[in-house]
Design a protein around this ligand. Structure first.
Ligand code: ZN
Length: 631
């Protein structure tokens, strides 16, 4: 919003914090009450009873549309069903708004001061037979056209008997399987999901750190929630490392909410005082799974500072009807991607070598991203809400949410540049102290920022032409990625014929064969082509996503036979001969590729300062990570 822009330019950060703090107190009106009934959660049918203070006359209630953290209008209005409005025991008629389908119009009769709303919700995500994550937008309607910060609401939740409850909300009492919580603003309610589960436990973390941190975990089976000691050691380290890195907290307590389920779906959604993290049942149960998921909790935790407390002005909207503007997501998500991975290494979720392997894979992906020649990184951020689909076909040409990984390389470049300009006396940490630590410790609140604010703070750390530095990296059209941070870090991106342990872990989860960096295609277990890299040998052979390779060099397709065929191309002039099925037709064709298998990794450039190694050194006395397998 324009007003927000002018507001930000005129006032210093200190002023802004003071102004925002005075705007937080909620209306003096009686609060709305909501009781979410999850007793039928496993049946995917949730219910809520909402009681609102009202006045006679026309009233518009709305469901949430733009959900913070999802960067899109993802509010599940299509799943809100069975809605009934009642006053003084009588059912009122309602009409949906013709244009805004999230809005319900009702006429409140004379003499009525309380409106009762019943909501049913069909919920098929973040729920399994034994656990559920209550995200309030699934069951909530509230007065439209009122800043959500100014709506006070008193929440309760009813869960299946014996299920545990974990949340950043403050419990005030229980009645049977219903838990009541202290009133909060609607903004904080939407920001405070509740994890409930039959197999549930809450584990206090880092007892020496204030405010308090907890892991609330639920799984599909009793044994799932016995997390490995190496996971718990790394998570305790993470609390210490993040406290040191960000020099502040902006929550009263923090809850890592974690589901371990093959049915409840993957998730990573940030909140001020908690995060919603979802992995497979075995997501942290063995080394290979844990390697893939290593940065999840680090990333979502970092968002409490970068994304929730400091938020791009275009994403700091007053309600969930106002469209969000994603232009600075390369900071919100990109810097978080960088910091989350750095914290994963500092805390021991990944070894230094695994950190470099993951970074190499990410950098190589971007360095082989043909869509970079027509769509710049800033556009992937502006268009974020239409890039959240997961169809991989030709996604290297369309580009996806590349602002995450592009942002990671960009902020690595910023970090190493600060270190170089200051002869290693300063780093991105000095910027973070100003950016997320300014204002000291606070409760949950939003302090918006603009591009110009970032430039100003970077210049406070070390004078440089930061405006051009950032602008060029987010707007340039180049077939190649910005690898300067890796190079300043004392490493270079190379390709060898052996996949790293990180890439092997990725492949074992996905199955199939990864010929992306060699012939230019990814294939599934059954030979289905997932994607073809534009301008690669596979592209020149006219292969395309959705076709299925059924034979290679005279052998029936398997990931092994295809891998053997690519291996044999090294130094050979013979093409790879494939038979492909497209719909009901079969063709044979040749891939003119002659350079063997290729997998990315980072190689040390001897004689240069190893800044990348310095960056992932812990700032605190971290606990060593135990190596035994299972507790
Ligand atoms: Zn994120």
């Amino acid at each position: 919003m324009m007003k927000g822009h002018i507001f930000m330019r005129r006032f210093s950060l200190g002023c802004l914090i003071a102004l925002l703090m005075v705007s937080i107190p909620v209306l003096a009106e009686a609060p709305i009450h909501i009781t979410a009934d999850l007793t039928e959660a496993p049946r995917k049918l949730w219910h809520a009873e909402i009681t609102l203070p009202v006045q006679p006359g026309p009233l518009t209630l709305t469901a949430a549309k733009w959900i913070p953290g999802t960067h899109m209008s993802s509010g599940p209005i299509d799943d809100i069903t069975g809605i009934v409005f009642r006053a003084n025991g009588k059912t009122l008629s309602w009409r949906r708004d013709d244009v805004d389908l999230y809005a319900f119009h009702v006429m409140v009769p004379e003499g009525v001061s309380t409106l009762d709303v019943h909501v049913d919700a069909i919920v098929t995500s973040r729920v399994s037979d034994k656990l559920a994550m209550l995200e309030w937008e699934k069951v909530l309607v509230y007065p439209a056209e009122t800043p959500v910060r100014n709506i006070e609401i008193q929440p309760s939740i009813k869960v299946p008997e014996g299920w545990g409850v974990g949340t950043a909300l403050t419990p005030t009492g229980t009645e049977g399987s219903t838990t009541h919580f202290a009133p909060v603003s609607l903004e904080m309610l939407e920001d405070s999901p509740i994890l409930t589960g039959k197999y549930f436990k809450e584990i206090p973390l880092a007892p020496d750190v204030t405010p308090k941190h907890y892991l609330d975990v639920a799984g599909d089976a009793a044994e799932d929630i016995n997390l490995r000691p190496q996971f718990l050691a790394a998570l305790n380290n993470l609390v210490h490392e993040a406290s040191a890195m960000y020099s502040s907290h902006h929550y009263n307590s923090y809850h890592f909410l974690l589901t371990l389920s093959d049915y409840a779906g993957g998730e990573g959604l940030e909140h001020h005082q908690s995060s919603d993290n979802g992995v497979d049942e075995n997501g942290f149960a063995d080394d290979q799974h844990a390697l893939i998921e290593a940065d999840l909790l680090c990333h979502e935790f970092t968002h409490s500072w970068n994304g929730k407390y400091r938020r791009p002005a275009g994403l700091a909207t007053p309600d969930y009807a106002t469209p969000m503007k994603g232009e600075l997501l390369w900071v919100y998500e990109g810097m978080t991607q960088y910091l989350g991975n750095v914290l994963a290494a500092r805390s021991g979720f990944r070894t230094p070598e695994q950190y470099r392997e993951a970074l190499a894979f990410s950098a190589a992906q971007l360095d082989n991203r043909p869509g970079r020649i027509w769509r710049n990184t800033e556009d992937t951020a502006i268009a974020a809400s239409i890039l959240r689909g997961d169809n991989p076909a030709w996604s290297n040409w369309r580009r996806g949410q590349d602002y995450y990984q592009e942002g990671e390389l960009l902020w690595l470049d910023v970090d190493t540049t600060i270190r170089q300009l200051t002869h290693n006396k300063k780093s991105l940490h000095d910027f973070l102290v100003l950016f997320v630590g300014k204002g000291g410790n606070t409760g949950p609140m939003v302090v918006p920022y603009t591009f110009d604010d970032l430039v100003m703070l970077l210049n406070q750390v070390v004078p440089n032409d930061w405006a051009n530095f950032l602008h060029e990296r987010i707007t340039s059209l180049s077939p190649h990625a910005d690898l300067a941070g890796i190079e300043h870090g004392g490493y270079k991106l190379v390709y060898t014929d052996k996949p790293t342990s990180y890439e092997r872990a990725l492949l074992s989860r996905r199955g199939g064969y990864d010929g992306w960096f060699s012939a230019g295609l990814r294939v599934g277990r059954d030979g289905s082509i997932v994607d073809v890299r534009v301008n690669s040998a596979a592209d020149q052979a006219k292969l395309f996503p959705g076709e299925r390779i059924i034979a290679v060099n005279g052998r029936v397709f398997s990931p092994e036979s295809f891998g053997d065929a690519l291996k044999e191309t090294k130094g050979s002039s013979a093409p790879v001969h494939v038979v492909v099925q497209s719909d009901t037709y079969v063709y044979s064709l040749d891939i003119e590729y002659h350079d063997g298998e290729k997998y990315p990794r980072l190689e040390r450039v001897e004689g240069t300062p190893a800044l990348l190694d310095d960056i992932i050194k812990p700032m605190t006395n971290v606990q060593p990570i135990p190596t035994e397998k299972k507790s």
